[in-house]
Design a protein around this ligand. Structure first.
Ligand code: ADP
Ligand code: MG
Length: 718
């Protein structure tokens, strides 16, 4: 089948002839050259306007509307110097993608002359026609207005395309009644909640007044690259982002020769190109390497403030997708594009830091620093144990269901990996044994003291959904295609809650006359005793762990997304998000509704696509091959047997297809909740049956007649 020519797929790229950027250029001129930084604005604004804007950006002070016009003018001038003709409010609706609606800077002035305009009003607020974005019932159609509002804490940037450029202004997106319709608003609120909860604790540890706290995020992105020619010949990849068919190739990832292997020239050229664009956008990408599966790769930036990092994460996905096409490749960000090989995650490395850059999860050199470290670490343990459900919900999606617990990614059970050294320290604190150190009395543990805490944990555990990695936690259950915003919103909020309650206990002890070391020792010990069931350093993939987690430790095992989503509006969660002003009950209910809706639509599209491919591509291919076999008039045992096998499998495919067809038509109920359950319980299993028959056919039908590029081609032709 010349349509699926492997040679042309492998050759279909050119080396970008433009000279590569030198390290000096990258560091000197390129980095953040398309970002409007505070530095840039300093030279473009009056002193008072700049000072006022800086207060907003750095200390979250209220934006002074009086400076909006000057800032807008400076922005427009800068953007036009950079070649931008349009501007857009850039936002993150609840689809998980980004949205933009471009407006031209140019408006005709009535005399047939075009002038460039962009006012403070247009900078601060816009009203996109928002009726088609998911609102989960927050906006009745008669009040369908939504508005976007400038987020000055994330810098504006220039997005370039082949023949132009656009000024992008990061914005929040809300309904007219002030309810969040996006992923940024609750993230910003959660950062503020964390700041309000953590600063009082820091004061007890002696931090100066005025210290601000935020969360930091570095998100590693895994993805696959496949030849573009194959992508567009696979309706399943085009429609759903994953392969719904495909027999296992003779070779998968068992040789494990891909991981950290040499990166092919074509891929490296793509990566370099993408990185240069990301540098221009001020995104500090740092590492690139081959991942475990053939055709799988990873890109990771240096961490930043979580709001900016979350915006940048969205841009990384966009740049990867766009740039791959220039190299005749397609970047697949789906969590599980291929059955039988590893899926893709987006590991969220998370910590808390002060505005002076002090990492609150960095073990220190002094006992005092370590007290603070243990306190915040205990708070994270408590938070994760008390809110396992929320962490699980934050990564719930139809696509991530294929990955979590599939023996290659963390299980759906949430637990914490602390590493043996840190666990040992907590264990000894709990049992009152202290450590092997020499300073007596510390932590009120009698004659023994806290041992020095290793600055970087030596051991690694890939099987844990939530791992301490020396000076931060790594949330590994996050899916590769999702927005990182909600997982981080959840983390910020649950840790704010835990810190707040531990701070109250600590403060009471201090008010009662206890000294800091003794009081912290008691708080940490008590917290660990209550919550240590969440700590697990063993193999998260093992069946043994599933049994132990559920039966002995009583941890939640919310296996599929639909087991998790209902808990979003549990009383505990409504109260938690309400207390910190992160999401109201109505906003939570809306999000829950949207999660059901997206789940249902995702599987529904997959069901229909499976039906379509099986009926219109695979059945005809089998029939054609059967015809060829039947056309041979010379008796042959080989041909007879093959024909019988193909005919048998084709009937199996047909039978499975009839069931899928019925299930695709059935709805399962009126409510979105019922529809979602219907597709999980009836459509997904019916799809599996169809696939099984089809994948077996793939192994007997003539290669040249098989209508879909195979796994062998998708994964190995580069
Ligand atoms: P590791 O040795 O654990 O792989 P790296 O330093 O390579 O650690 O970091 C892995 C990821 O974690 C990177 O994206 C990095 O930016 C991020 N990271 C490092 N420190 C922090 C931090 N304090 N907060 C958030 N993310 C961090
Ligand atoms: Mg990785």
């Amino acid at each position: 089948n010349h349509d699926l020519d492997v040679i042309s797929a492998a050759r279909n790229w050119r080396v970008d002839a433009s000279a590569p950027a030198t390290p000096a250029e990258v560091i000197g001129d390129l980095f953040a050259s398309d970002v409007l930084t505070l530095e840039d604005l300093k030279t473009r604004l009056s002193k008072p306007a700049y000072k006022s804007l800086r207060g907003t950006v750095e200390r979250g002070e209220r934006l002074d509307p009086a400076i909006a016009d000057t800032v807008a003018l400076a922005m427009k001038t800068w953007a036009m110097e950079k070649g931008a003709t349009h501007y857009t409010h850039w936002f993150q609706p609840l689809t998980g993608a980004t949205a933009e609606k471009h407006d031209s800077f140019v408006s005709p002035n009535g005399d047939g002359v075009a002038i460039a305009t962009f006012s403070g009003k247009e900078l601060i607020q816009a009203e996109p026609d928002a009726s088609s974005f998911p609102s989960g019932g927050l906006r009745a159609t008669f009040e369908a207005r939504g508005y976007t509002a400038w987020d000055p804490s994330s810098p504006a940037f220039i997005m370039r395309h082949a023949n132009g450029a656009t000024l992008c202004i990061p914005t929040a997106f809300a309904s007219w009644t002030g309810e969040a319709l996006d992923l940024k608003t609750p993230l910003l609120r959660s950062v503020e909640a964390l700041n309000r909860a953590v600063t009082p604790a820091l004061h007890l540890f002696g931090a100066s007044l005025g210290t601000r706290v935020g969360s930091t995020l570095g998100a590693e992105q895994e993805y696959f690259l496949i030849a573009e020619e194959y992508f567009f010949r696979r309706p399943d990849l085009v429609m759903t982002g994953r392969t719904l068919f495909g027999a296992q190739p003779p070779r998968g990832q068992e040789l494990e020769d891909h991981y950290f292997g040499a990166i092919p020239d074509r891929v490296l050229s793509f990566m370099t190109d993408a990185e240069l664009q990301l540098y221009a956008l001020g995104i500090p990408v740092k590492t690139r390497h081959n991942e475990v599966a053939p055709g799988q790769f990873e890109i990771a930036p240096i961490f930043e403030q979580s709001n900016v990092a979350a915006d940048h994460q969205q841009l990384i996905m966009q740049v990867l997708r766009n740039t791959a096409r220039k190299y005749g490749l397609v970047a697949l960000l789906h969590e599980k594009p291929f059955a039988g090989v590893n899926g893709s995650g987006k590991h969220g490395n998370w910590s808390m830091s002060t505005d002076a850059g002090e990492n609150l999860l960095e073990p220190g050199d002094t006992p005092h620093e370590n007290l603070q470290f243990l306190f915040f670490c205990a708070a994270v343990i408590k938070a994760v144990d008390e809110h396992q459900d929320l962490l699980r919900i934050s990564v719930a999606s139809a696509s991530n269901d294929h990955r979590l617990g599939a023996n290659e990614a963390p299980p759906a059970i949430i637990s914490i990996f602390l590493g043996s050294e840190l666990t040992d320290i907590f264990d000894r604190l709990e049992s009152g044994q202290g450590g092997r150190g020499t300073e007596a009395g510390l932590l009120g543990l009698g004659s023994s003291v806290l041992p020095p805490i290793p600055r970087h944990a030596g051991d690694r555990n890939r099987t844990s959904p939530f791992a301490f990695t020396g000076n931060k936690f790594e949330f590994r259950a996050v899916g590769s295609s999702q927005s990182i915003s909600f997982p981080i919103t959840v983390l910020n909020t649950i840790v704010a809650d835990a810190v707040q309650s531990l701070t109250a206990v600590l403060k009471a002890k201090l008010d009662g006359g206890a000294d800091l070391a003794a009081a912290v020792g008691e708080v940490v010990r008590e917290t660990y005793r209550q919550h240590k069931r969440i700590v697990f350093n063993g193999d998260g993939y093992s069946e043994e762990w599933h049994r132990e987690a559920e039966e002995e430790r009583g941890l939640l095992n919310l296996r599929t997304s639909l087991d998790a989503i209902p808990h979003l509006t549990d009383r505990k969660n409504v109260e938690l998000f309400g207390k910190f002003g992160v999401l109201s009950e109505r906003e939570l209910a809306a999000r829950q509704e949207i999660m059901y809706d997206i789940y249902f639509k995702t599987v529904n599209i997959e069901g229909e696509t499976t039906e379509y491919i099986a009926q219109t591509m695979i059945l005809p291919a089998a029939a054609e091959y059967l015809g060829d076999l039947g056309a041979v008039k010379i008796p042959s045992r080989a041909l007879d047997a093959t024909a019988r096998e193909v005919a048998g499998l084709t009937d199996e495919l047909y039978d499975a297809l009839q069931i899928l067809r019925e299930q695709n038509k059935a709805l399962g109920g009126e409510e979105i909740h019922d529809k979602a359950h219907h597709v999980r319980d009836h459509v997904l299993p019916a799809m599996r049956e169809v696939r099984q028959a089809a994948d077996r056919l793939e192994k007997v039908v003539a290669d040249k007649q098989w209508p879909l590029p195979t796994y062998r081609q998708l994964l190995f032709v580069k």
